[in-house]
Design a protein around this ligand. Sequence first.
Ligand code: BGC
Length: 347
Amino acid sequence: MKKILALVLALIMCLGCVAMAEMVGVSMPTQDLQRWVQDGENMQKELEENGYEVMLTYAANNVAQQIADIENMITKGCKVLVIASIDGGSLGAVLKTAKENDVMVVAYDRLLMDTDAVDFYATFDNYKVGSIQAQFIIEKLELETTDKTYRMEVFAGSPDDNNARFFYAGAMDLLKPYIEAGKLVVTSGQSDFETCAILGWGTPDAQTRMDNLLAAYYTDGTFPDLVLSPNDSLAMGIANSLEQAGCPIENFPVITGQDCDKANMKNIIAGKQSMSVFKDTRTLAAQVVEMVNAYLLGEEVPVNDVETYDNNVKVVPSFLCDPVFADINNYVELLLESGYYTEDDLK
Ligand code: BGC
């Protein structure tokens, strides 16, 4: 009996050692945006706490750099790659090498497109992010009951990021009936995804587009009532543009966002942004580690969606975490009391 117990113990320890010895590569797109820095730090922390060795890289939004980072991870012997891509469709060749080397590939937050060499996808429910933004607009402007007409402008995310179309669809599917009913009017007439998309998600590019819209369509000194923005980096550019164009704070349009970046939470407190969507990167990191653990132990990997995320080659089994609405009324409980930020962070 003792012998059997000792054997079982040795086996458990041995399995533990295998997991502990594994090296995991975490490839993040950029350090320019707060969220990715937090994602990288949380992933590293969670993985190390689970006994993995971690190679963490940021690619300065440069695709060639991201490919080089991933090649290096494979060469150094990483058994798992967690990748938040810059351009989801640009990593086919290096992912093929990963597959040939039996490396597990997890698409992190953004789907890896046009490849069969991606095993799993961990993200937030991206369509729901857009729905939350639209629902906020519908309630804030009382679109159900109002007989007013509101002037709006539409922004969309980077076209090389698969998420961007989900955010757009999630919001526009809910707003379309109000546009068709004439309660919302897109003053510039620019509402299709391609025209409204900001390649690379850059704040300065969003600012420039907003400057151009104001200069072309709001020449009488008025401002839109509503700007649909898919995330915080664009919301920041939009707010900067309006402020520089002299939009009084009390006339600031309803502006949506996503990520609860510190600078944007400060804007929400100051009345220069209306809401954001909180995607707790701690939750996503913990989920990915659970998936990695299960995979390396040969157990069933936890997923909750096997239908939505088709990358043009396969439907990638996914785990979708839940995004949460955030605004001036709930940020204290949601972000401060939960320990995500300190009060000083938002001063
Ligand atoms: C992420 C967003 C982020 C955006 C820009 C998207 O893929 O899901 O959270 O705001 O990229 O970095």
